[in-house]
Design a protein around this ligand. Structure first.
Ligand code: SAM
Length: 152
């Protein structure tokens, strides 16, 4: 299972070894773009679902791998989303979560103006229900998933 739209060069279908992939996104527009790109590349192993990762009903223990990239930072309840996805993971399956932390940016030389822009970005994301600094608080929710043996 694959969370979020397919950006240019997204490796999921290329490295999946022909596995069946379910791609989920809350945006119909992004989902349509992803479908267009995937079809243009000739892949036929990807199914697309317009849904909220936090609430969508997924068959329990059906996924060998769950891949979430730059999505949790936009979800007001990322733990609910992780738990929902985790229910769909088969025993012994694996999860990849890639999220950023805009607040950790370094400028050299330091620039108060640039720092202010980043602070505004974080604040705007916060006002729309997301968390632009989710990277620094992601490990505890991931480590609480039952049976998870390794987090990076
Ligand atoms: C920054 S993009 C990342 C997309 C892609 N994974 C990537 O790495 O380029 C965030 C994506 O998450 C989707 N998204 C945001 N909230 C979501 C939710 N609750 N459920 C599913 N998708 C969501 C957005 O529509 C958008 O396509």
């Amino acid at each position: 299972m694959w969370g979020g739209r397919c950006p240019d060069g997204d490796p999921c279908p290329q490295v999946s070894g022909g596995a069946d992939i379910l791609s989920v996104d809350i945006s119909e527009t992004y989902l349509a773009q992803a479908e267009e790109r995937v079809k243009a590349c000739g892949y036929t192993n990807v199914t697309f679902r317009h849904a909220n990762l936090a609430t969508t009903d997924l068959p329990p223990e059906s996924a060998d791998h769950i891949f979430v990239c730059f999505v949790l930072e936009h979800i007001p309840e990322p733990e609910a989303a992780l738990n929902n996805l985790y229910r769909a993971l088969r025993p012994g399956g694996s999860v990849t979560v890639i999220e950023g932390d805009h607040g950790s940016v370094i400028f050299h030389p330091e620039s108060p103006a640039a720092r202010h822009v980043v602070d505004c970005l974080i604040e705007l994301q916060h006002r729309s229900g997301g968390d632009g600094t989710i990277g620094r608080r992601l490990y505890p929710p991931c480590s609480r998933l039952p049976g998870l043996s390794k987090s990076l």
